[in-house]
Design a protein around this ligand. Structure first.
Ligand code: FAD
Length: 304
């Protein structure tokens, strides 16, 4: 029986596992693979890429500890997590079953891509999925944001502060009752197209434009240097849905300490509602491991 099983090998899972191991908890990290969505970095024609610290770089020191401790890790897909009276059983695709007194769920979220010509080829060359990380590189430039909901609205609002012109291409109508929507409509350097369908991201080596079909079926060819994809993401919370509280989009609900609605289960990273960034989730992973440690100390004290 382990003290703690961490499910997920992205920034949140890796730092959670390392933090727990450093506190001498019997820990197992189970992941399909290392790194999650961190192997990604942005290069622009006229920007110094050294401004950006890659997620890969940030995480590598933590991951090296786990690479060394091979008995603490198991690479496979978790197919079922079952709560029992005083512990949890974690089943993997290869038929193994591991048990632990506490769990950390750090399974991330599935991104939604545009799936149009040019997106994949120009990813990291003007196509970005993170305004928090790359937005500032677009000072004084024209950029496009694709999306409708909170992530897209926040992205457009943030970019409007330093980009020259922001085009918000929203596949759906912007919900009128969201507080940022009237703000965006008033901003002089934000142009909103609702019911827009992206057809192509254009550019040779770097992004040079975006081709969009508008709601009245006109085709626009808009010159931009950056395209930020901010479509909704699907949290990988299937393993715990039904016995742990999730919000309407499937994100695991956690309190400020990362505790879920079920005692002994903690969650961190993109599978929760905490904003998506490698740097943030490195901290979130460490935070929940410290909480799990406190929980286990309490359990052990009661057993004595
Ligand atoms: C295309 C893209 C570009 C991005 N660019 C940046 C950027 O430049 N800068 C930045 O800060 N952030 C960026 N982000 C966001 C950042 O990558 C995420 O916020 C971060 O990786 C989330 O960390 P996480 O640990 O929660 O989950 P993830 O990194 O998604 O890791 C999830 C882990 O869980 C594992 N897993 C999932 N389900 C199971 C299962 N059933 N069994 C076993 N293992 C499982 C996966 O294999 C993976 O190891 C980007 C995201 C995307 C999609």
């Amino acid at each position: 029986m382990y003290d703690l099983i961490v499910i997920g090998g992205g920034p949140a899972g890796i730092t959670a596992a390392v933090t727990a191991i450093n506190r001498r908890l019997e820990t197992l990290i189970i992941a399909e693979r290392w790194g999650g969505q961190t192997a990604y970095f942005l290069e622009l024609e006229d920007a110094d890429t050294h401004q950006v610290i890659t997620g890969e770089e940030l995480l590598s020191r933590f991951r090296q500890q786990l690479d060394y401790l091979d008995f603490c890790r198991h690479f496979d897909r978790v197919v079922k997590v079952a709560p029992a009276d005083d512990h949890f059983a974690v089943h993997t695709q290869d038929g193994s079953c591991f048990e632990a007194l506490a769990l950390i769920i750090a399974t991330g979220a599935k991104p939604q891509r545009l799936q149009v010509p040019g997106e994949e080829r120009l990813a990291g060359r003007g196509v970005s999925y993170s305004v928090v990380t790359h937005g500032a590189l677009f000072l004084g430039k024209d950029v496009a944001v694709v999306g409708t909901y909170r992530r897209a609205q926040l992205a457009a609002a943030e970019l409007s502060q330093y980009a020259h012109q922001v085009y918000l291409f929203s596949p759906e109508l912007l919900p009128a009752d969201w507080p940022l929507v009237p703000v965006l409509r008033r901003l002089r350097n934000v142009k909103i197209y609702e019911g827009a369908t992206v057809l192509e991201v254009k550019g040779d080596r770097y992004v040079e434009g975006i081709v969009v079909q508008t709601v009245d079926e006109a085709t626009l060819d808009v010159p931009v240097k950056g395209v930020f994809v901010k479509l909704p993401r699907k949290p990988n919370s299937e393993l715990v849905r039904g016995w742990i509280d999730c919000d309407e989009d499937g994100r695991i609900k956690v309190n400020v300490y990362g505790a879920t609605s079920h005692p002994g289960v903690f969650a961190a990273g993109d599978v929760t509602h905490v904003s998506e960034q490698v740097l943030v989730h490195i901290g979130e992973g460490a935070k929940v491991a410290v909480e799990a440690y406190g929980y286990l100390l309490g359990l052990k004290a009661r057993e004595r």
